[in-house]
Design a binder for this molecule. Structure first.
Ligand code: GLU
Length: 519
């Protein structure tokens, strides 16, 4: 048999910002498509108008673009979801709301073949049924046991059905779940699964009210029309799999039915439950790729705005539930393509570790050139009102990048290489700014200030340390005093490094300022 072309899709619903678990789903689909020389499609599943959130679609596309996850179909070069079919995009449109006219005939087809029926129960009638069942300590389910007592084309005459179809605009098409049938399914990650249809209900497939399909119908019809070969999605869709299998069967599409892979959830750092925004807020990490402001104005932090590199984010996501089988941990998205495989995806949930996430960013930060990092640091300096030349900033970055996780850390680590401290940490002052130490520190500083040598790190080190050692002064105490004067705190970079950056005049000025302010 000729091998089928790999075509996979990421099918988000624009109901809010994309959770990092969703980005992982998109990434795995993308990697799988590229590894198999196939197509990665983005399809917007926006048929549920009640859950539609303005801005969410744009957010999703922007988030994927930030990660470097590029679609072959679904989105054009300018990042717009393609809405008109063309030679390049015969499967368009890719927004389900724009495919509205397609679905009705498929719903009707299922009714005609006896796999679905028209249901005329009003919302009030169904609510009454629910209340009645609740009163008896039960739950009402529209299924094989109840359907014959309800108002639908199975219980009404053909004439009555035709009349209601024409007169009313609130009917639905429901799937007629077969009775007591075992649905045997295969999942590429979970293996063989069997479910008896007696546990399943008669899901609504299409609604006359808005003439729109529900998720299930639209999803199956589109996967079929778009010739999807594998469906890789979150495990929250596993309970829908029997219905999806049965829909393929009802349409007579089993031969071209896609294969399924359901990904396990991302778990909280303690492994207890699904990773939520609340965990992020509590433990101080984002769960969304980009910052998001919801329609009520509530802000959620994003990896991008928190200072993560997209490469680090993609790398850490890839490893949440998958590994290459050896010790290597650093992979760019292009390097992931050849090594990725569905059979190395873990069945159990992947526990999110915020410290590991930061580790990835540190690694990527170190791999960047000083020039790249300086360019990223420049706008931060500008925002602080600091004017510094690029060569100087590059040298600073080279000195401190080993100590940083994010570019924004550069300022916290080394602001004093750009501006003199205005304040001094009181507890360090109390500990180190003691009269006997200060006298020694000032004298040692003078040896540098009055010296005529170049202020290289080595020269400063030699001059200072030599001076202190010769007099047999306590090295630590004198140095801490000097650092306090130079940086405002007793911990930080080496004195010789600092002096080599700020120069003689600034060194002298800071010593004088500290002396005046602290003594
Ligand atoms: N629209 C569904 C979602 O938002 C897609 C599920 C699927 O991939 O089949 O998750």
């Amino acid at each position: 048999m000729e091998k089928r072309r790999t075509r996979v899709r990421f099918a988000p619903s624009p109901t809010g910002p994309l959770h990092m678990g969703g980005v992982r789903t998109a990434l795995y689909n993308y990697l799988y498509a590229k590894q198999n020389g196939g197509d990665f499609i983005i399809r917007i599943e926006d048929t549920d108008s009640h859950r539609f959130v303005p801005g969410a679609e744009k957010y999703i596309i922007e988030a994927l673009a930030w990660c470097g996850i590029k679609a072959d179909e679904g989105v054009d070069e300018s990042g717009n979801v393609v809405s008109v079919a063309s030679d390049k995009h015969p499967h368009a449109p890719y927004r389900q709301s724009e495919r509205k006219p397609i679905y009705r005939q498929y719903a009707e087809q299922l009714v005609a073949s006896g796999n679905a029926y028209y249901a005329f129960d009003t919302a009030e009638e169904l609510n009454a049924k629910r209340a009645e069942a609740e009163g008896a300590g039960q739950t009402f389910i529209y299924n094989q046991k109840t359907r014959m007592q309800l108002r639908n084309s199975l219980t009404l005459s053909a004439e009555e059905t035709a009349r209601l179809l024409a007169e009313r605009t609130d009917w639905t098409v429901r799937f007629k779940m077969p009775e007591n049938t075992v649905v045997a399914m295969d999942d590429l990650i979970r293996g063989h699964i069997e479910v008896n249809t007696d546990t399943l209900d008669d899901k609504v497939l299409w609604k006359r009210a808005d003439e729109l399909p529900t998720y299930h119908l639209a999803n199956i019809v589109d996967d079929h029309l778009m010739e999807i070969s594998e469906v890789i999605r979150g495990e929250e869709w596993l309970p829908s799999l029997p219905l999806h299998y049965l829909l393929y069967k009802a349409f007579g599409w089993t031969d071209s039915q896609p294969r399924f892979a359901h990904l396990s959830l991302l778990l909280k750092p303690d492994g207890k439950g699904k990773l939520s925004k609340r965990d992020g807020d509590k433990l101080g990490f984002p769960v969304f790729p980009l910052r998001w402001v919801n329609p009520e104005g509530e802000v959620s932090r994003g990896y991008r705005e928190d200072g993560y590199f997209p490469e680090a984010f993609v790398n850490l996501l890839a490893f949440l539930g998958w590994n290459p089988g050896d010790d290597r941990e650093l992979f760019t998205i292009d390097e992931l393509i050849p090594v990725f495989s569905l059979d190395r995806i873990v069945k159990s949930g992947a526990r999110f570790n915020p410290e590991k996430a930061r580790w990835y960013n540190r690694e990527y930060l170190r791999m960047k050139s000083d020039a790249e990092l300086a360019a990223l640091f420049m706008p931060i300096l500008e925002a602080k009102g600091v004017k510094a030349d690029a060569a100087y900033v590059e040298k600073v970055v080279a000195l401190i990048k080993e100590r940083a996780t994010f570019v924004a850390d550069f300022w916290d680590i080394a602001s004093y290489l750009f501006v003199a401290p205005a304040e001094f940490v009181q507890k360090d002052v109390d500990k180190f700014w003691k009269e006997e130490n200060v006298a020694m520190a000032l004298e040692a500083a003078d040896a540098v200030i009055k010296g005529s040598f170049d202020l290289t790190k080595e020269n400063v080190e030699e001059a200072l340390e030599g001076f202190i050692r010769q007099r047999e002064w306590p090295m630590g105490k004198v140095m801490n005093c000097l650092r306090l004067a130079l940086t405002g705190a007793s911990s930080g970079l080496g004195i010789a490094d600092i002096v080599s950056f700020i120069g003689r005049d600034e060194f002298a000025a800071r010593i004088a300022f500290a002396k005046e302010k602290l003594s």
